[in-house]
Design a binder for this molecule. Structure first.
Ligand code: PRP
Ligand code: URA
Length: 224
């Protein structure tokens, strides 16, 4: 298993793609880097297909608001996902939703538990957030604490008309009353497992996009 890649925990989402996963993985080139590694639960082709479906769902929904919506990625991997969704929405609907990013580090309720972390970047989307539909984008939804922190961080940017949440994977294990409006894949997982999302913009082309479910025991802490 490539130790340089982040270990994450998960279960994925939707009007989610709930088709059974192929336990043997797929022949997609996004295979595990080491021969002994388990295959990814989602390959690059799966991630692309899921992203396209989420883009269509967002189009259907924000059309009701005259597309007065922005996508705000939560660092780290929510940011490239937000850009991908915007690009696919442009391709499908010929509408360009502005993209920004929202650093939540200082709003987390576990700052002391997690130790020092570098600050991420907050980038206000073109036109700001006031009075608009803000779609928070993240790669994994688990406890909901990151989303809660994002809602607090968002108050620094303005007062949206409404806030929605899009996540590539919902692994359950919620600790707060938070749900996603757009779920790529529901991945039921044990609490001790980690869902690890790799995206080529952050993690490079080798192996490229992939989602793994790891047994945290096998990898030490289980921290993402
Ligand atoms: O619902 P939660 O339990 O809060 O978990 C979800 C969050 O955890 C991961 O981020 P992480 O804090 O590991 O930071 P990273 O994105 O920079 O890796 C993931 O990217 C989500 O943002
Ligand atoms: O990225 C993450 C966050 C929480 N839990 C996971 O399994 N992965």
């Amino acid at each position: 298993m490539p130790s340089e890649h982040r270990r994450a925990r998960t279960t994925v989402v939707g009007d989610a793609d709930d088709r059974p996963l192929d336990p043997t993985g797929s022949p997609d080139p996004t295979g595990p880097p080491d021969p002994g590694d388990p295959p990814p639960v989602l390959t690059a082709a799966d991630v692309a297909r899921i992203t396209d479906r989420m883009a269509h769902q967002i189009i259907e929904n924000v059309a009701r608001s005259d597309f007065d919506a922005v996508l705000l990625g939560i660092p780290t991997r929510g940011v490239p996902l937000a850009h991908r969704l915007s690009a696919r929405i442009l391709a499908f609907a010929d509408v360009e939703l502005p993209v920004g990013s929202l650093d939540i580090t200082l709003y987390r309720d576990d700052l002391r538990l997690r130790g020092v972390r570098p600050l991420g970047e907050t980038v206000e989307p073109d036109g700001g957030v006031d009075g608009r539909v803000v779609i928070l984008v993240d790669d994994v939804l688990c406890s909901g604490r990151s989303c809660r922190a994002a809602l607090d961080a968002l108050t620094e940017l303005g007062r949206p008309r409404s806030v929605q949440l899009a996540t590539l994977v919902d692994r359950g294990h919620r600790e707060l009353p938070i749900r996603a409006d757009y779920v790529g894949k529901n991945l039921p997982t044990a609490a001790a497992q980690d869902v690890r999302v790799l995206l080529r913009e952050i993690d490079g082309d080798d192996p490229g996009d992939a989602v793994y479910v790891d047994d945290s025991e096998a990898f030490g802490t289980g921290a993402s």
